[in-house]
Design a protein around this ligand. Structure first.
Ligand SMILES: C=CC1=C(C)c2cc3[nH]c(cc4nc(cc5[nH]c(cc1n2)c(C)c5CCC(=O)O)C(CCC(=O)O)=C4C)c(C)c3C=C
Ligand SMILES: [Fe+2]
Ligand SMILES: [Fe+2]
Length: 360
């Protein structure tokens, strides 16, 4: 069989609306072999590394995959919990909370699942579950507030690779970004204000985003601009002046220039410029993961303190905070417009019953 079908489907099965929440993905275990598998899949994606394939194949297989897995496994071990990888645990909890919220709005003709772009659970396995449940209309929500070809478009590539193999395509809506949605900005502001209530304020608030090669920006990727817009809206919402906050980019990978200013270099020079205390929030990460819990909360703290800084605090990501789930609920509900009414299947079901009774 060339295309995946749904043989023996029942005409009486109600059509459902599906919501697929995705994030980047994470290794199955904090071990060298699991990291090698994960990094090979991730770094072989031409959306992530835009280098001629033959050249990149040599660098990846002969150099990176021999060195990085052991180093990354050690970093992952430092953030791993009994439930597994933080990114997986948080994404699962977000999915469950969003399912509950959307079922309160639409009843059980809404199915909500989550998947990872790389590793497990795969997008294909989540689509199998949704299709088996009768989903014929699908909203995909990649948990990347800011659009980038390396993340958002790559998720679309993987989704379409799967959907292309199916006989019965769902109607599709794909959320490409939500970096400037009021509910998202409010959720970030609430998280920062909660931190301020408990710990007070610092001299500076850093908004640190995952970086990208600068070349991608110059080739038209809107990620950099969307990060700056999130920062500006968030600063306005929090009543900050330009002197109160900075936008920086973390997680450099490889030798070429990435988006600047770099988070680590900025933290190293802030004490000499008179900043004694900083708080760091990462508005591009929907969930805590290696890049926030290890790189920002531990590694960058050391840089700042070693450079003479006095106080350093990491402000936790939005994870499953109530305001975050409300924001995601609103973003999905916006996208569902025009589809909700059709969630009422009673007429269609009556017709299907008649057809089945007549053996058609
Ligand atoms: C939030 C958006 C992200 C963008 C944009 C992004 C681009 C990007 N990343 C790499 C290389 C690596 N990223 C790694 C981890 C990682 N990246 C993101 C998010 C974005 N990446 C997250 C959420 C995570 C953490 C995953 C987890 O399991 O917790 C890693 C692996 C970790 C390591 O070995 O250090 C690499 C490598 C590139 C090259 C890139 C853009 C071109
Ligand atoms: Fe990354
Ligand atoms: Fe990193």
């Amino acid at each position: 069989m060339q295309f995946k079908g749904s043989p023996n489907f029942s005409h009486q099965q109600a059509d459902k609306i599906g919501v697929l929440v995705t994030n980047l993905g994470t290794p199955d275990a904090p071990t060298r072999p699991a990291l090698k598998r994960y990094l090979k899949e991730f770094l072989s994606d031409p959306r992530v590394v835009e280098t001629p394939r033959w050249l990149w194949w040599l660098i990846l297989n002969l150099v990176i995959l021999n060195i990085r897995p052991a180093r990354s496994a050690a970093a992952y071990r430092s953030v791993w919990s009994e439930q597994g990888s933080p990114l997986l645990t948080h994404t699962k909890a977000q999915c469950e909370a969003l399912r509950e919220a959307l079922r309160a709005d639409h009843g059980d003709h809404v199915e909500v699942e989550f998947a990872m772009r790389y590793g497990n659970p795969s997008i294909a396995s989540a689509l199998d579950k949704l299709t088996a449940a009768g989903v014929r209309k699908l909203v995909v929500l990649p948990l990347y507030p800011q659009y980038s070809a390396s993340t958002t478009a790559s998720t679309f590539d993987k989704l379409s690779e799967d959907v292309r193999q199916r006989r019965w395509l769902p109607a599709l809506r794909f959320i490409t970004h939500y970096h400037d949605q009021a509910a998202f900005i409010d959720a970030c502001a609430a998280q920062i204000e909660r931190h301020w209530q408990q710990h007070g304020r610092a001299d500076k608030l850093l908004f640190s985003y995952h970086g990208l090669p600068k070349r991608y920006l110059l080739n038209g990727d809107p990620y950099f601009c969307q990060c700056h817009k999130t920062s500006r809206l968030l600063a306005q919402r929090l009543g900050l002046t330009e002197a109160d906050y900075l936008t920086t980019f973390q997680s450099r990978f490889g030798r070429e220039e990435w988006l600047q200013p770099y988070t680590d270099k900025t933290l190293m020079k802030l004490p000499a410029e008179g900043t004694q205390s900083v708080q760091v929030f990462c508005p591009g990460f929907a969930a805590d993961c290696l890049e926030t819990l290890e790189e920002i909360a531990v590694e960058n703290r050391d840089y700042f303190l070693a450079a003479g800084g006095q106080h350093y605090q990491y402000i936790t990501a939005l994870n499953s905070e109530a305001e975050h789930i409300q924001a995601l609920r609103q973003i999905v509900n916006n996208e569902l417009q025009g589809w909700q009414g059709q969630a009422d299947n009673s007429l269609r079901q009556q017709l299907a019953q008649q057809l089945e009774a007549a053996n058609l």
